[in-house]
Design a protein around this ligand. Structure first.
Ligand SMILES: Nc1ncnc2c1ncn2[C@@H]1O[C@H](COP(=O)(O)OP(=O)(O)OP(=O)(O)O)[C@@H](O)[C@H]1O
Length: 266
């Protein structure tokens, strides 16, 4: 499993209206969710991790190698990202070419890239849209296309910024299955999300950000079991816990299945 370490990381946008400050943090789990209120600094961390922004001080290392020491093609094989807004990263004339362009950054064999593009477009359910212009796709299809562009390259670490935003239920199911497969095959998946039900059900590890700092890192059960922390950082527990609380039960539940498991009548 790849290890990402942040050491004394500091960053401020030019206007100095926001400061990111992370003393020490390790991302080493196969499925990590980054959560926190709007403006907490979640996307900024992703931009620093991919070199889109440069920190003012401190270091980011991946498996002990300083991020800036990777050559661009090495970095793309190490770490891939999908942005919150797909329009920030799609610019080719067709869906197929969009995926092939990503691949061309790491592999010059056009035939191999064309075959790989067909494979990943099938995986995200866009095979029949291959020749369409990405801007003629729905928002949810454009989100899936950005996922295909990163899956094609198959980096060791995947960063997804709000991947479920605007997806319908079958697409959410499909993306969850893709994430499970990535996690089971030795990749590291780090996802920014506001969906606490999904965090509780699917993720092994959760990192909470507030005002540019990391306030918690641990399991979803430990996070959702700490009501005081949740309130302090402005997060809600999963819906199943809110429902249980209405029935006078204040235990920690991660899913309806978890509720059932903990309340089985012997
Ligand atoms: N290019 C920029 N220039 C100046 N300030 C910025 C820039 N991008 C983001 N910010 C500010 O930095 C802070 C952190 O932004 P960031 O996008 O990292 O937050 P976030 O936790 O991802 O929020 P959200 O959940 O809304 O996506 C916010 O106050 C935001 O307005």
């Amino acid at each position: 499993m790849p290890q990402i370490e942040l050491h004394n990381l500091q960053f401020a946008y030019p206007e100095k209206s926001f400061n990111l400050n992370v003393e020490q943090h390790l991302f080493s789990d196969s499925m990590t969710a980054i959560v926190g209120q709007n403006g907490a600094g979640k996307s900024t961390i992703f931009k620093l991790l991919t070199g889109l922004l440069k920190q003012d001080a401190g270091r980011i290392t991946i498996d002990g190698v300083v991020l800036n020491d990777f050559k661009p093609s090495e970095r793309l094989k190490k770490i891939g990202i999908t942005f919150q807004n797909p329009d920030d990263q799609l610019f080719n004339a067709t869906v197929k070419r969009e995926v092939e362009w990503s691949l061309s950054q790491v592999n010059s064999d056009k035939d191999q890239n064309a075959a790989r593009a067909v494979e990943v477009l099938k995986k995200v359910g866009l095979a029949d849209k291959s020749d369409e212009n990405p801007y003629d796709l729905s928002l949810s299809e454009r989100k899936l296309l950005t996922i295909a562009t990163v899956l094609a390259v198959d980096p060791e670490i995947y960063l997804f910024d709000e991947p479920m935003m605007s997806l319908d239920w079958p697409s959410k199911r499909m993306v969850t299955d893709i994430f499970r497969e990535l996690s089971a095959t030795g990749h590291q998946v780090i996802t920014i999300t506001h969906d606490m039900d999904w965090v509780a059900e699917e993720f092994h590890s959760v990192t909470v950000m507030e005002h540019g700092e990391i306030k918690f890192s641990g399991t979803p059960r430990d996070l959702f079991g700490d009501r005081e922390l949740l309130q302090r950082v402005g997060l809600l527990p999963p819906k199943i816990m809110e429902l249980a609380e209405m029935l006078g039960d204040s235990k920690t539940y991660l899913s309806p299945q978890d509720y059932q498991n903990q309340n089985i009548v012997q």
